[in-house]
Write a protein that binds this ligand. Structure first.
Ligand code: ZN
Length: 136
């Protein structure tokens, strides 16, 4: 039996301490699932007053290719909000991502999807690993 090769550690792992907050993006179809998105929104507002509900975006905005609204919440809410969302998303697709200061990584490598993975317009997102040296 061959011995497993231990991968070389060439960089220190990211420390979750860099996470400043989280976003949950709640996707819906204006024609068929806006009512479910509204019900979820009302429940979140009632149960999680520390979460900040963003505006409805029926029209596409930022990297998002489907209608959605955003729920911003502090790290302290993760342990209670995440399981609640798992049980109550009502079939809606949700993107959960941390805010680490690198929008590109937060919406790709760092992202967690509920339901399905939707395409995003990643070209509109800033990757601070690439842009920090060459501000224009
Ligand atoms: Zn976001």
């Amino acid at each position: 039996m061959r011995k497993e090769r231990v991968p070389a550690i060439d960089a220190s792992p990211d420390d979750p301490e860099i996470i400043e907050h989280y976003h949950a993006h709640i996707y819906y179809d204006p024609a068929s699932s806006r009512d479910r998105a509204a019900r979820l929104r009302e429940r979140v507002a009632a149960m999680f007053p520390d979460a900040t509900l963003g505006r409805w975006h029926d029209e596409l905005v930022g990297p998002h290719l489907q209608s959605m609204y955003q729920i911003a919440f502090p790290c302290t809410l993760l342990a209670s909000f995440l399981p609640w969302l798992m049980l109550n998303r009502d079939g809606l697709t949700i993107l959960l991502h941390p805010g680490t200061g690198n929008p590109y990584l937060d919406h790709t490598d760092h992202a967690v999807w509920f339901g399905s993975v939707l395409p995003l317009r990643l070209e509109v997102l800033r990757d601070t690993r690439l842009t920090s040296a060459s501000a224009s």
